[in-house]
Ligand binder design. Structure first.
Ligand SMILES: Nc1ncnc2c1ncn2[C@@H]1O[C@H](COP(=O)(O)OP(=O)(O)O)[C@@H](O)[C@H]1O
Ligand SMILES: [Mg+2]
Length: 289
């Protein structure tokens, strides 16, 4: 029986559990492990996570890479590359997870490939950041490696905003500053699996917040995409190289791709639309394995 590793930190995570069910559905054996417990022994070449021998897996599905400092993040990425070198199928590919996790790289790839994305400046020079803010008038500042809306803030080109940008620069030294897109208080999360759109949801921010992430109290409702939104979702997943992805689109004066998530949660779309994306992901895995 094929052994399918599921990298997940929280054993109760909805998506992690759904992946396990889906793997069993296709008569394969799910093996959960957490990157928190990763050990690699150089002399023997053995790679373990707790008691799980990662080299014995036929495939790895990455639900999450786990909370990590910079060293950890690259170690985990390297382990995935090594497992793949040793013959395991890894989805999403380590490279696509890394591109999606890095907002600088994904913005650059969107722009380069004709995917409309908000004007963005990334800089280690506070003066440059302030001049971008004065062009944008209203901007969103984000960590380059952020997720779940953590650390995303809106700043205006006024005294308070300029002060705040200075504070953020003091902490970060690298600022990712993006034009604020006037929007209807929601964004769209498009789920792509193997070059098809599986479904999409609107995510509404809780009142008084600009962040629509469901993990920050946002709510989900089913959404029907326009052709253009569907095209943007598919194209974004393609240029990042992700087999499956959650693409965030904001409806402003036109549609903009805000970001792409290479390890998205399947819970919101299941709740709102009854679509279990983990089933479709494992179906794909089962086909190519
Ligand atoms: N340029 C923007 N204009 C307006 N709102 C934004 C913009 N960028 C992000 N947001 C809001 O902040 C949320 C989090 O930003 P996002 O780039 O998706 O980061 P994360 O990786 O933390 O989810 C988005 O879902 C959206 O609600
Ligand atoms: Mg997001």
């Amino acid at each position: 029986m094929k052994r399918i590793g599921i990298a997940v930190t929280d054993p109760e995570d909805w998506t992690g559990m759904a992946f396990c069910r889906a793997v069993r559905h296709y008569d394969m054996q799910p093996v959960k492990f957490s990157f928190d417990e990763a050990i690699s022994n150089i002399a023997s070449g053995k790679i373990y996570a707790g008691s799980v021998d990662l080299n014995a897996l036929d495939a790895v599905i990455v639900r999450d890479m786990g909370p990590a400092t910079n060293n950890d993040a690259s170690f985990r990425f390297d382990i995935l590359c090594q497992l793949r070198e040793n013959g395991a199928l890894v989805i999403n590919s380590p490279e696509s997870i890394a591109r999606a996790a890095n907002k600088y790289v994904s913005s650059y790839l969107f722009q380069k490939n004709g995917i409309s994305t908000p004007e963005t400046e990334v800089t280690s020079d506070l003066k440059e950041a302030l001049s971008a803010l004065s062009c944008f008038e209203r901007a969103v500042v984000k960590p380059v490696f952020g997720y779940k809306g953590i650390g995303v803030e809106c700043v205006r080109n006024d005294e308070k905003g300029v002060r705040r940008l200075g504070e953020l620069f003091g902490k970060n030294k690298l600022l990712y500053i993006q034009k604020f897109i006037q929007n209807p208080g929601r964004d769209i999360r498009v789920f792509v699996v193997n070059r098809k759109v599986m479904g999409s949801i609107y995510r509404f921010a809780p009142s008084g917040s600009l962040i629509n992430n469901l993990s920050q109290g946002g709510t989900a409702e089913p959404c029907t995409l326009t052709e253009e939104q569907e095209r943007l979702g598919l194209k974004a997943a393609e240029v990042i190289g992700a087999v499956y992805a959650g693409v965030d689109i904001m409806e402003g004066d036109k549609d903009y791709v805000i970001e792409i998530n290479g390890t998205p949660s399947g819970r919101g779309i299941f709740g709102a639309c009854g679509v279990d994306v983990t089933m479709r992901i494992v179906e794909y895995l089962n086909e190519v394995l």
